[in-house]
Design a protein. Structure first.
Ligand SMILES: Cc1ncc(COP(=O)(O)O)c(C=O)c1O
Length: 372
């Protein structure tokens, strides 16, 4: 486990000692450091924080003060940013399929850029937000991604070119290409494949009279859970080499990290609330589960779970608190023999945890605490 995450674990043990669980501790120092890493290694690129990953106002304020821009998807996210006086020129809408109410408010408040990937979206944008700058969402390989974002979004290269041409005809300002290699992408080479594919669309659009200047590389930057993952520097090197190989120097590059920016900065403290043995399997029930914070556990994210005491371990089925058998965090976690009332810590829980959480079955969502 990286040394900063270990340090955060120790901080969480003392800082949350007298707090009710579930509780999420977010470390602002780690967010600042990670933002600095993105800034340093993607110098010249705009960094848009993907608000969906953790929309807590303190995180938005912190990143705003550091000079970060924001990537949003919904009316709710836009209203939140505007209510915090985030200037509209610092907001981009990465969702290619927007609710009309979002487009209306975006237009009124002067948002300059959005993604799209269909004729229907062009019609909507032309009617509700004439003249807005748009980028086509291109389908790219999601190799090595533990949370793929294929199928639901994006178009293949031929259609991307046609849509850019059509956007121009409809009075929109086609500006470039958006892609996303899938969240928690553990292969830096996947960005290289996506950049090469983007270049083919870029060239063909130019030949059709659509001059592009912006490439949004999306999110996908991984957080450390159980296995080592490529660093921001390693991914940036691959990106830099691919951009240099294909694109002119003066294009506008942007990235939209969510998980990679805030994931490692959070520790979720939970408490054992029950135990049982069923068919020879040992079950441990926590006060946090897939409904109130650990939704990604059912989609393939394997969290590091740290117990508050040591001892000989065995395999546990780790379950959430609700009366739903879907609420299982993992079916094979090695942990010591914990008792009701013992705490466990879920590491790298800063992204897509509280953002997803519901109060299903009456169990509370984690309270969020911060350390400077
Ligand atoms: C359009 C867009 N941009 C950025 C992100 C952030 O991705 P990640 O958290 O993997 O960095 C997402 C995640 O779903 C997204 O849909």
């Amino acid at each position: 486990m990286p040394v900063e995450i270990n340090r955060l674990l120790e901080t969480a043990k003392t800082r949350l000692a007298s707090e009710k669980t579930p509780a999420l501790l977010m470390d602002k120092k780690l967010i600042r450091a990670k933002y600095g890493e993105f800034r340093a290694h993607f110098s010249g690129a705009r960094v848009y924080y993907a608000v969906k990953s953790n929309p807590h106002p303190e995180i938005i304020r912190l990143l705003h003060d550091l000079g970060c821009d924001f990537e949003i998807s919904s009316l709710g996210e836009l209203e939140r940013l505007l209510s915090m006086d985030i200037p509209s020129r610092r907001i981009s809408i990465g969702n290619p399929l927007k609710h009309p109410s979002l487009i209306r408010l975006a237009y009124r408040s002067g948002i300059e850029l959005t993604a799209f990937d269909s004729l229907s979206e062009i019609e909507k944008l032309a009617a509700l937000s004439p003249g807005i700058k748009v980028g086509v969402r291109l389908t790219v390989p999601n190799d090595g991604s533990e949370w793929p974002l294929t199928k639901k979004f994006g178009v293949e290269a031929d259609e991307a070119v046609e849509l850019l041409v059509q956007a121009k005809k409809s009075g929109l300002k086609p500006a470039g290409i958006f892609f996303h290699v899938g969240s928690q992408c553990t292969l830096a080479s996947t960005w290289a494949k996506a950049i090469e594919k983007s270049w083919s669309v870029w060239q063909r659009a130019t030949q059709r009279g659509v001059e592009l200047r912006m490439l949004n590389l999306g999110g996908g930057f991984p957080a450390t859970y159980l296995r080592p993952v490529p660093t921001v520097a390693e991914i940036a090197r691959v990106v830099h080499d691919s951009l240099t190989a294909f694109f002119p120097k003066d294009i506008e590059v942007s990235i939209a990290p969510g998980r990679g920016l805030v994931g490692e900065a959070g520790v979720l403290a939970a408490t054992v609330m029950a135990k049982a043995v069923r068919d020879g399997e040992h079950w441990l029930y926590l006060d946090v589960g897939v409904f109130n914070g650990l939704m990604e556990a059912v989609g393939g994210i394997k969290y590091r779970i740290v117990p508050s005491r040591n001892g000989p371990t065995r395999k546990w089925v780790l379950s959430g608190p609700t009366c739903d058998s879907f609420d299982v965090i993992s079916s094979d976690v090695e942990l010591p023999d914990l008792d009701v009332g013992d705490r466990v810590y879920v590491m790298s829980a800063g992204a897509y945890t509280t953002a997803y959480a519901s109060q299903f079955d009456g169990f509370p969502v984690p309270a969020v605490h911060f350390v400077e």
